[in-house]
Each structure stands twice: as C-alpha cells, then as structure tokens.
Design a binder for this molecule. Structure first.
Ligand code: MG
Length: 403
C-alpha cells in the first residue's frame, strides 16, 4: 500500500503539532503534502525542514512574506497565502486525507473544499459543523467524502460505534471535564483571573478553546457538532461532568448497554485513530493504569455555573443560522476577553444579550435569510458575521457606559 498523503490545516496549533508527532512515528505510512498555519513563521519553518511538504500556506500575507524570506534557498516548498492558499491546500489532487485543525470559523471554507473534492476529512475544527453541519454532512454524502471526528469526545463515540449509528442507538453521552472552575462556587466567580481561566486542569490546548472549556461553551459547540456527525436529535445527546477526563465519551444502546472509550487525556490517541481508521497504529505512549487513577467520578452539569452551555443548546433548538451566529459572537467575545476588555463572567452576559438580539431580529419579517436557513457556505459565513457584528456592538456599548 502506498503512503497516505496528508494536508494539515492548522499545523502549528495543538492539533497540528500532535498530528505531526504521530506522523513522524510512522514515516512509511504517511507523507505530508501540505502544511497550513495562520502566522507562526518560526514553527512552520521548522516543520517544513522536518517534513519537506510540496506546499506551505501562511494565512496572513505578511507572515507569508516573512516565511519566504526565512526559508533556505534550496527549499522546494511552494508558499501560498490567504483563504485561496488554504483552499488550494485542502483540495490538492495528490492529497487523500485532510486534517482540519484550524481554530475558529476561518476553517469553514477550506474544510468545505476538502469535503467537496471527496477527500477523507478528519475534523478537529468544530466550527465547520457548528456553522454548517447539515450542509457538510450532505455534501460529504454526495462526494463520497468520509468525515472522521477528531475532537476527543466525538472520536470516542466514533470508536464506540462499531457500525454506523442505526435504530439500536438510544443516546450518546459527551463527557466534560468541567474546566478550571468546577470546584469554585458561583459566588466566587467575580475573583476569577484570566490566568486561571486559561489554565485547563486536564488538557493542554490553545487560548480560545481553553476559555471555551472554562465557560463550557466548548461543550455546547460539541453538542451541535455531535448532532450533525451522528445524526441525533439534541434530546438524545447528554452532557456529563467527568473530572478525570479518562472516559472520553460513551454511547447507550436500546437495550441499556453502555459502551465507553477510555484513555489518558492525550490528543495523539484520537488523532492516530483518525489517521489510520479503520485500522489502529501501534502507538508507544504512556498507558492508562486504572488502579493508579483510582476513581472515575460523574456529575450533572451545574446550569448556574455554566450558562454558555444552555445558550448553545438554545441556538441548536432555534436552528437555521443561530448556531453560526452564536459561534461568531463567541469568537469575538473570547478574543476581546483575551485582550482583557472585561471580566470572565461578562462573557456569558454578552452572549446572552447577543442571542436575545438574534431572537428579536428573527421575529421581524425582514430578518436576513442567512439567520433563518443555511443553504450555502456563504449563508454560514454571513450568519457568523452577523454574530460577530452584534457581539462587537454590545461590547462597545458596555465599554462606553462603564468608562
Ligand atoms: Mg473536545
């Protein structure tokens, strides 16, 4: 069997670095054809030297200039930039498998390009499914593209389902670590600092998803993701807090039998399964020792502590462009929070206000059609943008009134 040729979108982020770690262990199985990143010139330069891809993409134009200047003269890697560069990397005819590991809505178009060209696509970029899950699943069915969930919870469910989900599947249970504030009473949330919000107790991840884990918006987006990946209505998707992050998720069948996927919290395990599916790679990583772990605990979600989860479930129930709008709003709010624009507890307050404005807008006959239905990727981008603009103006107003 020939090598599997890969495109890795988001190669300098946490997913990309872990994917390259697995790929480097199996040089006879995989060949990196294209690497794409936003603006980390130094790391992409190192990755190009190590993996010699035919193509490298720096999304930001200035960073692409710096990368071209930084590469040694003998380098054969072609450097592209912008959304065009990303989509080009996603649909290269030489590539069989695209790893969609970028953060945020920027991953939508390149992931769609990979699906539209019928490739196997491993999806860690949950925004693609949050913004336009129904469209992506339909497109994949048309082109014969195989979608493999790389998000650890969805990958766990994918592993639990030996055959595609049918009538025998009753529900799925997504586990959530609860983030850094699972033991902090709501009455003390006013004292939360940004450093605390960024320090996830179980997983090492980038800043955006670490904040989303602290608010549990991440779990809300994952419910939306699961809804499309596994074709389940929202009431058949449950969220359970499991602080040890050993059970990555589970499925329950009509006979009450529950199957769970367990392992240490290390993204290389779900990544390796995506890369080699349906076979498995002999990975030499630390192994799960349940006697050492000792306890596995589970509890229901405290709705007062994590209002963002309910916001995401509500957006899913509203349907149409609501999940995309909420996602766009959340990206803006988290970016502003990371720049220290307001306190942690304001994240949910601003998003709640944005959702209220969405409902007011939807009640008008002249509401933008992208908020009602997502028929194309352009609709998804427009709904996402509506959410960003709305969040932005709410943030502006709050800043103006308090200072
Ligand atoms: Mg996850």
């Amino acid at each position: 069997m020939g090598k599997q040729h890969l495109t890795i979108l988001g190669s300098t982020g946490s997913i990309g670095r872990n994917t390259l770690d697995v790929v480097a262990r199996f040089p006879d199985r995989f060949r990196v054809h294209a690497l794409a990143a936003r603006n980390n010139v130094e790391l992409l330069c190192e990755q190009i030297a190590a993996f010699q891809p035919a193509l490298a993409v720096m999304y930001e134009a200035q960073a692409a200039q710096r990368l071209r200047a930084a590469l040694p003269a003998k380098t054969r890697t072609e450097v592209l930039t912008g959304m065009e560069g990303l989509t080009e990397a996603a649909r290269c005819p030489e590539v069989q498998h695209v790893i969609s590991g970028m953060v945020g809505a920027v991953g939508l178009l390149p992931t769609y390009a990979a699906i539209a060209s019928g490739k196997r696509v491993s999806i860690a970029n949950k925004e693609t499914l949050v913004l336009a899950g129904e469209l992506m699943v339909r497109q994949a069915a048309e082109t014969g593209s195989t979608l493999i969930p790389m998000d650890s919870e969805h990958n766990a469910i994918f592993q639990c389902l030996a055959s595609p989900p049918g009538r025998e599947l009753e529900r799925i249970v997504l586990t959530a670590s609860g983030g850094p504030f699972r033991d902090l009473p709501v009455s003390q949330f006013h004292g939360i600092t940004r450093e605390q919000a960024l320090a996830h107790p179980n997983w090492k991840m980038g800043p955006k998803i670490s904040i989303d884990s602290a608010t549990m918006m991440n779990k809300g987006l994952e419910v939306i993701e699961a809804r499309w990946l596994f074709g389940l209505t929202p009431e058949r998707i449950e969220v359970l807090v499991h602080r040890q992050s050993i059970v990555h998720s589970m499925v329950e069948f009509v006979d009450g039998s529950v199957i769970a996927q367990l392992g240490l919290p290390d993204m290389r395990t779900p990544i390796a399964y995506c890369l080699s599916y349906p076979s498995r790679l002999p990975l030499e990583l630390p192994r799960l020792n349940l006697a050492e772990v000792g306890r596995l605990e589970f509890e229901t979600v405290d709705a007062e502590k994590y209002p963002c989860l309910a916001l995401a479930l509500h957006a899913l129930a509203v349907g149409g462009g609501a999940p995309a709008a909420l996602n766009g709003a959340n990206e803006e709010v988290v970016a502003a929070y990371l720049k220290d624009a307001f306190h942690f507890t304001e994240i949910a307050v601003i998003l709640k206000e944005a959702m209220a404005q969405l409902e007011i807008c939807l009640a008008q006959p002249q509401a933008p059609s992208c908020l009602r239905t997502i028929n194309t990727v352009e609709d998804a981008i427009a709904a996402d943008q509506w959410g960003r603009n709305t969040a932005h103006s709410i943030i502006q107003k709050r800043v103006n009134t308090c200072c």
